[in-house]
Write a protein that binds this ligand. Sequence first.
Ligand SMILES: [Fe+2]
Ligand SMILES: [Fe+2]
Length: 193
Amino acid sequence: MLGLKLPTDPRWVNIVEKNIEEILTDHAFCEQKATSTAISLIVSFPEYTELVQEMTALVKEEISHFKMVHDIIIKRGWVLGRDRRDDYVIELLKFFPKGGSRTTQLVHRLLYAALIEARSCERFRLLSEELKDQELATFYRNLMVSEANHYTMFLGFARKYGEKKEVDTKWQQLLEYESQIIAKLGKSETIHG
Ligand SMILES: [Fe+2]
Ligand SMILES: [Fe+2]
């Protein structure tokens, strides 16, 4: 349903399970980055009225996810650590050429956001199904639904503002490229690691 070409190796959950504090820290910052992405789309593309409306709603939702993760960190007696380096995102960005028209730039940023939502959703599903920690399993099941909606929204905007056929071709190429990145990952206790 998410179009991803390669599923995450389920053994990734075994790595995560050994270090819940680490995954929660990384996850909190994923939610912060999702919030920042929504804000930066508003700043960069203010004339896209429908996008601005949806991004405003998304800012609230993503920062509420940040708080939910932060609340769990506090409840478990930990303090939020520093942001972690996200090699997945660094590699993903290399797919997109610099420059191009304003519409192309917008489409690229929307596809980038759509893919991160899709992969996060897939990872959350895996956590919800495989984690023995029931509190966290339920937490990830609820979040999975939100991220699936975000994926659909970003892809929908890319198709609406770009040339649909061109966008679909680019999306397929991006999915292919992403599967090569993910084939090398699944070995660390971060959301995209
Ligand atoms: Fe989120
Ligand atoms: Fe999201």
